[in-house]
Ligand binder design. Structure first.
Ligand code: C2E
Ligand code: MG
Ligand code: MG
Ligand code: MG
Length: 277
């Protein structure tokens, strides 16, 4: 009995510590959003056919005053739960478009959009405003969504995706293959791009993986979507995704996400880009 009570105490102490740290994080996040304590890093993607950098994906970091840089895995879920993703997402869209407007014309920018941003009104308005303010050509902006977006209220979401497409913006399906009824989603909306999840690329030695990747590439071709392999880390993986017919790759082998000054250096020393631009 005594042991039981002790266990109970530890449990409660643990829970309240957890709650306190979550509340602290939420308070910090709320302040960070109003103070604009965020930074976008950009991860380049390579067009395997043309051997040129074709675009960059914006990936958000929290520049925490005490803890330093915090990755999105640690605060995006909380930002979604609290609705803070709405103002944060609007900032990300504006910042990414503003930055990309200064890049060579051939480069697109990809922005991740959360399911919560689709549920609230204002996403289309924010996208249109980010394009208008930055002067970025709409076809240089690509929005990345995951299957979780389509799982919500599909009809409304698909209508919204069509209206975004009508603005000239492109739509990519991110982390493809990790959801439950992946193939079904591909028939519901004409995606411009499918990004094959990193988990497939890291397991290229398994024979089933090769079959799945080959199937996605072939399906993508039929549907008119371009295929990007995510998380390519080794030359073997690069050869594999190239042989499978993927049109683009992204991953540490080419570059990790870069802060703006480093991205500028990267683009400057990638001479093939000049021919593409
Ligand atoms: P994602 O959109 O699938 O982004 C790819 C993630 O994989 C990034 O992590 C990137 O740094 C990492 N990555 C890229 N290449 C490699 C590789 O070769 N190996 C390995 N191991 N990892 C690689 P990051 O930046 O931590 O972002 C994680 C996720 O957070 C993103 O996955 C995306 O779902 C979300 N996220 C990031 N930025 C935003 C944002 O601005 N808005 C929203 N709503 N979500 C975001
Ligand atoms: Mg993404
Ligand atoms: Mg992804
Ligand atoms: Mg992901």
């Amino acid at each position: 009995k005594a042991a039981g009570r002790n266990t109970h105490c530890f449990y409660e102490a643990g829970m309240s510590a957890l709650l306190a740290s979550r509340n602290r994080l939420e308070l910090d996040l709320r302040q960070a959003v109003s103070a604009g304590e965020f930074q976008l890093q950009y991860q380049p993607a390579l067009d395997l056919g043309r051997r040129t950098v074709s675009g960059c994906e914006a990936l958000v970091r929290w520049v925490h005053p005490r803890r330093g840089l915090i990755g999105p895995g640690e605060f995006i879920p909380l930002a979604e739960e609290t609705g803070l993703i709405v103002p944060l997402g609007a900032w990300i869209l504006h910042e990414a478009c503003r930055e990309a407007a200064a890049w060579p014309d051939a480069l697109r920018v990809a922005v991740n959009v959360s399911a919560v941003q689709f549920e609230r009104p204002g996403l289309e308005h924010n996208v249109a405003a980010a394009l208008a303010v930055s002067g970025l050509a709409p076809n240089r902006l690509e929005l990345e969504i995951t299957e979780s977006v389509l799982m919500r209220d599909s009809e409304a979401v698909i209508a919204c995706l069509h209206r975004l497409r009508a603005l000239g913006v492109r739509i990519a399906l991110d982390d493809f293959g990790t959801g439950y009824s992946s193939l079904g989603y591909l028939r519901r909306f004409p995606f411009d791009r499918i990004k094959i999840d990193r988990s497939f690329i890291s397991e290229i030695d398994a024979r089933e993986t090769a079959a799945i990747v080959r199937a996605i590439v072939s399906l993508g071709g039929d549907l008119g979507a371009r295929i990007t392999a995510e998380g390519v880390e080794t030359p073997d993986q690069l050869n594999f995704v190239h042989r499978m017919g993927c049109q683009e790759m992204q991953g540490y082998l080419l570059s990790c996400p870069l802060p703006v000054p480093e991205l500028r250096c990267f683009l400057a020393r990638t001479p093939a880009l000049e021919r593409a631009a």
